[in-house]
Design a protein around this ligand. Structure first.
Ligand SMILES: [Fe+2]
Length: 115
């Protein structure tokens, strides 16, 4: 179950990356926000499932990212908008999500070796 959820979240990272790269009109932001919010819910489910110690902090960051995305001005150059969104989301994935997921992988391997 956990393995499937990790795979889902990793797949969502790819979908987000595609959506951001496909951000060519301001209204494409709706799709990025929708995907990120859905991704956050799935990731928070994993964190609750494994009783992740940084759950509250990570959830706050998700909320703050969704608010930042919603508040972004769409009245700027689309390339700049795409760059800003990419930075915001990829930094989160690298700094927080991968820390969570790598920790879970290690724990998963450790447990399976104990069996
Ligand atoms: Fe996250």
């Amino acid at each position: 179950m956990l393995t499937r959820m990790i795979a889902l979240v990793l797949d969502e990272h790819n979908q987000l990356e595609k959506a951001i790269n496909g951000l060519t009109r301001p209204r494409d932001m709706d799709n990025v926000i929708k995907l990120f919010a859905a991704h956050a819910v799935d990731e928070e489910r994993i964190m609750q499932e494994v009783k992740y110690t940084d759950f509250i902090k990570h959830r706050h960051i998700h909320d703050s990212i969704v608010n930042t995305l919603k508040d972004m001005s769409l009245d700027i150059d689309i390339t700049e908008l795409r760059y800003n969104v990419l930075q915001l989301i990829t930094n989160h994935i690298t700094d927080y999500d991968m820390q969570l997921l790598n920790g879970l992988e290690i724990e998963h391997v450790r447990r399976s070796k104990e069996d």
